[in-house]
Design a protein around this ligand. Structure first.
Ligand code: HAM
Length: 416
């Protein structure tokens, strides 16, 4: 026997039970988002590497060490998408969506790829449901995005939720703040972890995420961006909060909330669930007012969220879903009637019945047992002269011609 081949580390198969739970999650997302005017978008699985280098930010962990990048065979560097916001902004620019009535509201359900260390709830291929609203800087957009995400998570029954929000201000305010923070970190560099110290120049904000005790002590005294917002940013944040308050959405303001992507401006947010372990982030997002412009488009402020499907399912207990009921199971007495059985099941399917046919050469007894296991409502056993049609619920059976099976079932079920 040949050696078994396993799925690559950090990937997982979506087995049928899990696929059903995902389908139901997708239906919920479609109802919530399309009901609010969001339209589905799908972008390619791989993109020019430069899109992420520029859009997500060269100093981020994602771009520095987590991307699956390869040559497309023609000397161009391409990357499996690690996230959806930059590709959607690329599509917005490429298809001239700024000419449509603004804002443009899009949603997606797609797979993403990050070369992270695999652990519970953290995969190298994972799925997200996301929404992006592009073309308006109205704080109502930020509040709507957060509110829709809260509704979605509630409908999916994700337990133990906590919402944290913050504001990063404009890119300029962030740059000025960055220098202030760098000065603070340089002044106490000997107390910091090696990792944080080596990245003061590149990404000082990530020091807030550190679990190193010395770094944490330094960060307790660090200046906070929220205290240095300019008047317009502070007002924007206050309006977002007011709208969330009016909608009775619970949140905590977290002045240290930093997200692992560089495009954010103003509002950022994250939902965590205590039903998850170390990887407690279920969903997150924020505003990205400069991203479309950075990708060559006209100034088009945007805001969005993405929620991890694997994590939502983990935190909601998996949303068990019953498989569709089997209306008719078609078996046969012997191989001589297989073709007739096949014709009957085909006719049943064209009549929109959920129908299955015997595919494993079971005995008649085995066929009935299997049909019962499937919960089939009717079983037809095609014989040489006659077909036995059995109503499994009523326990009644009668002989009919094979060509009449479907009509009988439809009539019995009042579908005709
Ligand atoms: P993100 O926080 O990087 O944001 O990812 C969003 C969600 O995707 C996380 O909260 C988590 O549930 C899930 N996720 C991320 N990485 C993994 C992984 N390795 N394994 C399993 N699940 C994972 C973004 O991706 C932004 N594009 C969100 C956004 C949209 N911002 C604005 N618009």
């Amino acid at each position: 026997m040949s050696r078994k081949i396993q799925a690559p580390r950090g990937t997982s198969d979506v087995l049928p039970e899990a696929a059903d739970a995902r389908a139901s999650l997708e239906a919920t997302a479609r109802r919530v988002l399309e009901g609010s005017g969001y339209r589905r978008i799908e972008t390619p699985v791989f993109e020019a590497t430069e899109l992420f280098a520029r859009g997500v930010g060269a100093s981020t962990d994602i771009v520095q060490k987590e991307m699956y990048t390869f040559d497309d065979g023609g000397g161009r560097s391409v990357t499996l998408r690690p996230e959806g916001t930059a590709p959607i902004c690329r599509a917005y620019v490429e298809h001239g969506m700024h000419k449509l009535p603004q804002p443009v509201k899009l949603w997606y359900l797609s797979s993403f790829f990050r070369q992270e260390k695999p652990q519970a709830g953290r995969f190298r291929q994972f799925w997200q449901i996301g929404a992006e609203t592009i073309g308006s800087d109205d704080p109502a957009v930020d509040a709507e995005i957060i509110a829709l995400l809260a509704t979605l998570l509630a409908e999916i029954d994700v337990g133990g939720l906590r919402l944290r929000i913050g504001s990063l201000g404009t890119l300029e305010a962030r740059h000025a703040y960055r220098e202030r923070l760098q000065a603070h970190l340089h002044a106490r560099a000997d107390e910091l972890s090696e990792d944080v110290r080596s990245r003061i120049g590149l990404n000082p904000l990530r020091a807030f995420d550190s679990d190193h005790p010395g770094t944490q002590a330094v960060m307790r005294d660090a200046p906070l961006l929220l205290d240095h917002l300019d008047a317009a940013d502070a007002e924007h944040f206050a309006t977002v909060r007011e709208l969330l308050d009016r909608a009775q959405i619970d949140y905590e303001v977290d002045p240290t909330l930093v997200r692992g992507l560089d495009y954010y401006t103003r509002t950022v947010f994250e939902f965590t669930s205590d039903a998850l372990g170390a990887q407690s982030g279920v969903a997150g997002g924020g505003r990205y007012d400069g991203l479309v412009e950075m990708l060559g488009g006209p100034p088009s402020p945007g805001c969005g969220f993405a929620a991890g499907i694997e994590r939502m399912l983990l935190a909601s207990g998996g949303m068990p879903v019953a498989p569709p009921p089997v209306d008719l199971y078609v078996g046969f007495e012997s191989a001589a009637q297989r073709a007739t059985a096949f014709a009957v099941v085909d006719e049943a399917r064209r009549a929109r019945l959920n129908a299955q046919v015997e595919l494993a050469g079971r005995s008649r007894k085995g066929q009935l047992k299997h049909a019962d296991r499937l919960g089939a409502r009717y079983v037809a056993i095609v014989g040489d002269d006659m077909t036995i049609l059995k109503d499994m619920q009523a326990g009644e059976q009668r002989d009919v011609a094979a060509g009449e099976v479907v009509a009988r079932v439809l009539r019995d079920r009042g579908m005709r």
